[in-house]
Write a protein that binds this ligand. Structure first.
Ligand SMILES: CC(C)C[C@H](NC(=O)C[C@H](N)C(=O)O)C(=O)O
Ligand SMILES: [Zn+2]
Ligand SMILES: [Zn+2]
Length: 391
């Protein structure tokens, strides 16, 4: 079956004009103009009308607790596993799963199985080996072997630093972790990225500046997240981003965090761009299904929300519609930038030969209308399709 999407204005993420696009075999086959609906006759063709809509690359969420997370307030605070619809209704066609605080009752094998399940349901799913804890949990017992031998594993994370819930890893331990992830990456052609959970601790990312200065490991090996969680860490994010590092902002939030000074993600993007952080160094991730715990001054958990994947594009939409960031810049943080940072082949762009991961949104409201993952319609006319069926 061939699909043709006609007359959509295409942001690839750069704006390339109103075009017709042909999808076949899960790939983008051709991008052209004025294509006749039966240009591929006699092959059966489905035509989608993109008139009045924008066509965007499928969104990449680089940090989701696909197996669930939480637990910081005891067993009752464990958060639920993700469903495919939680992802696709937010336009997410590529997800990277991770374990968080609880890397004990939640296993790497379960995380891998969940990623494989999401792949069977039609989207692209990858995982990080590990959890908050150091030494990290792997599947094969060795970081380079995990990355080289398991297709879904693209790096390690979320390794916790500057947080009362971390293992308080030493600089030497973190150097070795990063070196092992880098080795696995270069030997497999993968990113071997180190996804770091940065907490509210005052040490922030001091170790990262020191690691980059005192070792041969490049800044591109690291993706520190939650960098908008408080004003002082956000200031460091700007300093680190301007020095060439990648910075990731968490889109899931709760009004209680704004009272504590969390920087709304859409505004974090606007401010970073205004401060001269290169647009290519910035990514968003949702922390979907992760817990959003609130601790009191004695560091007791006094409340807990659950991250939502739909916040990922919500914050991009706000950046465009409320904070005046141009769409082709704002889109990069959930498409071409994570594709580059995570070295995801043929992802993050609308280009012939790339995976047919696409999102159609209404031109004015940027509301999601249709989501296509590897050529398969997951959401159509805002209605959930395919993704809720279990065969
Ligand atoms: C950025 C803030 C608001 C949320 C953040 N969430 C996680 O790190 C995931 C969580 N620990 C889990 O394992 O599910 C946090 O707790 O600091
Ligand atoms: Zn985290
Ligand atoms: Zn997380």
């Amino acid at each position: 079956m061939i699909k043709i999407i006609k007359n959509a204005k295409i942001y690839a993420p750069e704006f390339i004009g109103k075009k017709d696009i042909v999808l076949a075999g899960g790939k983008i086959l051709y991008i052209g103009e004025n294509l006749s609906p039966n240009c591929c006759f006699p092959i059966e063709t489905e035509v989608l009308d993109g008139q009045g809509k924008l066509l965007l690359p499928g969104f990449i969420d680089n940090h989701v607790h696909i197996l669930g997370g939480g637990g910081e307030g005891g067993y009752k605070t464990r958060t639920p596993e993700i469903s495919l619809t939680d992802l696709t209704k937010g336009g997410i066609t590529t997800v990277v799963g991770c374990l968080g605080t609880d890397g004990t009752a939640r296993s790497m094998m379960s995380l891998l199985a969940k990623a494989k399940g999401l792949r069977e349901e039609g989207i692209s799913a990858f995982i990080y080996s590990g959890s908050y804890r150091v030494p990290i949990t792997t599947i094969t017992g060795d970081i380079p072997t995990d990355i080289m031998s398991i297709e879904e594993i693209i790096g390690i994370g979320e390794i916790a630093v500057s947080d009362h819930r971390s293992s308080q890893p030493s600089l030497e331990e973190l150097k070795r972790l990063a070196a092992d992830a880098r080795l696995g990456g270069i030997l497999s052609g993968k990113a071997g990225v180190v996804n770091l959970h940065v907490g509210d601790g005052l040490r922030m990312i001091d170790f990262l500046f020191e690691m980059i200065e005192k070792t041969e490991i490049p800044a591109s090996q690291f993706l520190p997240t939650h960098m908008n969680r408080n004003p002082y860490l956000f200031k460091e994010a700007i300093r680190y981003g301007k020095s060439g590092g990648y910075i990731d902002f968490t889109t899931s939030s709760d009004p209680v965090f704004w009272e504590e000074g969390e920087v709304k993600t859409s505004k974090a993007l606007k401010t970073c761009l205004a401060e001269g952080v290169p647009a290519g160094n910035i990514t968003f991730s949702s922390d979907g299904q992760g817990s959003l715990p609130v601790f009191n001054e004695k560091r007791e958990c006094i409340g807990l929300g659950v991250g939502k994947c739909t916040s990922l594009f919500d914050e991009v939409r706000d950046a465009v519609l409320k904070d005046g960031v141009p769409l082709e810049i704002a889109l990069r943080v959930i498409t071409s930038n994570p594709a580059a940072v995570l070295k995801l082949q043929e992802k993050g762009h609308i280009m012939a030969g790339y995976d047919a991961d696409l999102v159609l949104v209404s031109e004015d409201s940027l509301e999601i209308d249709t989501v296509i993952a590897k050529g398969q319609i997951m959401v159509h006319n805002k209605g959930i399709k395919v993704s809720d069926t279990f065969c």
